[in-house]
Every structure is written in C-alpha cells, then in structure tokens.
Ligand binder design. Sequence first.
Ligand SMILES: NC(=O)c1ccc[n+]([C@@H]2O[C@H](COP(=O)([O-])OP(=O)(O)OC[C@H]3O[C@@H](n4cnc5c(N)ncnc54)[C@H](OP(=O)(O)O)[C@@H]3O)[C@@H](O)[C@H]2O)c1
Length: 279
Amino acid sequence: MSQRIFITGNRGQLGRELTSRLPEATGGDLPELDITDPASVDAALDAARPDVVIHCAAMTNVDGAARDPALADRINGLGTDHVARAAARLGAALVYVSTNEVFDGTKTEPYLEHDRPNPINAYGQSKLLGEQNAARACSRLYIARTSWVAAQGGKNFPHRILQLADERGRLQVVTDEVACPTFATDLADAILALIATGRFGIYHLTNSGFCSRHAYARKILELTGRGHIPVDAITLADFARPSTPPKFSPLANTAAAALGITLPPWEDALRAFLALGTA
Ligand SMILES: NC(=O)c1ccc[n+]([C@@H]2O[C@H](COP(=O)([O-])OP(=O)(O)OC[C@H]3O[C@@H](n4cnc5c(N)ncnc54)[C@H](OP(=O)(O)O)[C@@H]3O)[C@@H](O)[C@H]2O)c1
C-alpha cells in the first residue's frame, strides 16, 4: 500500500499486528505518544504527515473503565477527539476502532451497523463518545467495531483461560455473555482491505459466527488437549465484576461484506491462533 499510515497504540494487540504488515508505517504509543495530550498528538502526526491514521490506542480494561469512568472518557473520548482533529487538519482519513460494547445487548439477532448504540457500561460509553467525537471532527472516517480481540502475546481471553486451567484445573465461565471472538490477524487484514476501498462509513469486523464465553472456553480447552478440564456454567449474575457487559452483542458484518470483506469463522481462526502456540 503506497499510502502513509500512522498507527496509534502501535504496541497494543491490534497495533502490533498492523505494524507487522506495514513495515513503512509509523506510529506511537505510551509513553512517547499520549493521546490525552493534544500537543503530543499534533507533534506525532505533524512529523508523520499520514494519509491514513489507524487509531487503535484506547483504555481497553473494561473493569478499569467501570472503576474510573472519567479516565475512560478522557482516553477513549477526548483522546479520540485529539486524534480526529489532527487527522482532519492534515487531510488524513481516520480509522476509529470501536467495540460491540456500544450496544446494550438486548437484541436477539446480531447487531447491524445502523442499529442504535446504547452502551450500558463506562467502557462502552467512552468508546461511543469516541465514535461521536471522531464523526464530528473528521468526515473521512471509517468506524470499525469489533469484539473479543486476541493477538499473540496479548492480554486476552484464550490466554487467560489457558492460564487459569493450568493453575486451577477447573473453571467457571459465564453462559449468558455472547459475542464474536476476533483474532487480530484477521482484523488487521480486514482493516487494510477496508482502507483500500476508500468507502468511509461504519463497519462491523469480527470473525464470523458467535458463541458464549462458556462455549469459547470449552473450545480453547478442547483444541489444546485440555478437554478433560471441567468448565462449570455460571451466569453473569453469579460473577461479581465492576463492569456489566452486554449479554448478546454479536456484530453482523453486512457493510464490509458488501465490499467483499469478510473474516473467517471464529473456530478456524482460533485453531490457527492456538497452532502458533504462544497464546
Ligand atoms: N481487546 C478487545 O477485546 C477489544 C474489543 C473491542 C474493541 N476493541 C478496540 O480495539 C482497539 C485495539 O484494541 P487492542 O486489543 O489492541 O488494545 P490494547 O492491546 O489494550 O492496545 C491499546 C494500546 O493503547 C495504548 N494506550 C492506552 N492509553 C493511551 C494513551 N493515553 N495514549 C496512547 N496510547 C495509549 C495502550 O498502552 P497501555 O497498554 O500502556 O495502556 C496499548 O498499547 C481499541 O480501540 C479497543 O477499544 C478491543
């Protein structure tokens, strides 16, 4: 791709995956780039003069966001405003990576791109604020919502399940939180394919299919020779945590699919991910 690309949060899960595909891209992350500081954002983008900014930097700890909603708004809302304004000033397009948690989880079918967001937790509220700020500042905008992201070496669900299985030999996992597992490899490919289309808009980019956390955990254990480890089925009501996730928030990919961009089924992507063996 001949466009100059700048990646915020380039040492996070998705940022690393994008960077590995784009040897000429530039980017930044804490501490040298702090998106809550407009001067830091302006300096980085002025130096890079990008054609496209892929904005991956975020506070992604949902329980941390519930404990400190103001910090989540500052990073995910205001920080995105800074990035979007700088991108617009330089005439760059912006990809804002957003989340299934902008939805309330009360639907019984996967969420469509034009369904009305209604976040029920601080993380979702802060990411929706980011969507709104991005849209206000930057007309050349792709909003790419995704869910349950995992990358090699990242802090993610497969890693946590394997760690707990080996430590405890028995797990308790919720059955009533349902979404789409997504692997950063496929997400990075889809985002780059989307940028190549030049078709701005709202997109849902997840691996295809969906499952409960419980079914996801069972599949991770089965594929790693740990199928004998019991996984007790519990509900969100049994599991005390600061943040309340939406119960049913799979994302339907209709807009990107219409452009020929689809992601493989999550089970296939999980198999490929586990085969690399460093989860
Ligand atoms: N992970 C998921 O399951 C998931 C699901 C749906 C949507 N998303 C969205 O997808 C995007 C990428 O997620 P990811 O999994 O790659 O997240 P990640 O691994 O947590 O990476 C985010 C990066 O942003 C950095 N960051 C945090 N605050 C910053 C600041 N003030 N200035 C600059 N950088 C900052 C983080 O640094 P520190 O690590 O030092 O904080 C981290 O390196 C995010 O926008 C996220 O909201 C993620």
